[in-house]
Design a binder for this molecule. Structure first.
Ligand SMILES: C[S@@+](CC[C@H](N)C(=O)[O-])C[C@H]1O[C@@H](n2cnc3c(N)ncnc32)[C@H](O)[C@@H]1O
Length: 212
């Protein structure tokens, strides 16, 4: 199959990217445990929720949750989403959230966007995110909805990672994301006094929790 360069389209992420990013895992279990302790009606903001939202919100969120999205790069969001906000709306608006969640997407956010998150929480609210630990350069084969994908990762810049995906039909999707250290996340999110906690889990993943 001759390769073709295809644009990245976050609307088709679920069909094109490796399934291991999508399936329910430890992060979703932690999120479920935190939500179990917050029984009242909650306002939730899902950053980078894509076209489906977190596995815990599929096919729809628990009935005590009202969920807003902040994902300017998709055109389709689930019909249970109250509204898909833009960054300006979320930052300048008066809405505050009990839970802000960023599943598999904090590494796409600029420092300005990450710094804005603590102010989106009500006092005592929770920010939960997960990301990768180390950048592991190299190529591997991964299972995707359309068959086996060739996935490769390499540094592109001191804090930018290049990702290349070759779909079974020869379509090559290139995109990049940030790599921030734990210290950088600490600074962006308000420092250790700000209540930021890191937990490594799985093979190479990092859970980030911040109490507002
Ligand atoms: C790798 S996907 C993760 C999707 C989903 N949260 C999951 O866990 O499978 C990254 C998501 O982040 C979104 N995204 C990328 N840059 C963003 C930004 N600056 N602000 C908000 N969302 C962004 C994309 O549109 C996409 O839906």
């Amino acid at each position: 199959m001759d390769p073709r360069i295809c644009p990245l389209n976050w609307d088709t992420y679920v069909e094109t990217f490796p399934e291991r990013y999508l399936r329910r895992g430890h992060f979703d279990d932690v999120m479920g445990q935190r939500l179990d302790k917050m029984r009242q009606v909650l306002r939730v903001l899902e950053i980078g929720g894509g076209t489906t939202g977190c596995p815990l919100f599929q096919p729809e969120p628990p009935s005590n949750l009202r969920v807003w999205f902040l994902d300017p790069l998709v055109t389709k969001v689930p019909d249970w989403v109250v509204e898909n906000l833009g960054w300006d709306q979320a930052v300048k608006g008066s809405l505050k959230f009990d839970l802000v969640v960023a599943r598999g997407c904090i590494n796409y956010l600029t420092p300005w966007e990450i710094r804005a998150i603590p102010d989106m929480l009500v006092p005592g609210g929770l920010f939960l995110a997960n990301t990768f630990g180390q950048v592991r350069e190299g190529s591997r084969m991964s299972a995707g909805r359309k068959g086996l994908l060739q996935e490769s990762i390499r540094w592109e810049h001191p804090n930018i990672v290049h990702h290349e995906l070759t779909l079974p039909d020869g379509c090559v999707i290139n995109h990049s994301f940030f790599h921030y250290t734990q210290n950088q996340y600490l600074v962006f999110l308000g420092g250790p006094e700000g209540g930021c906690l890191f937990t490594s889990y799985g093979d190479n993943s990092l859970l980030i929790e911040l109490r507002g």
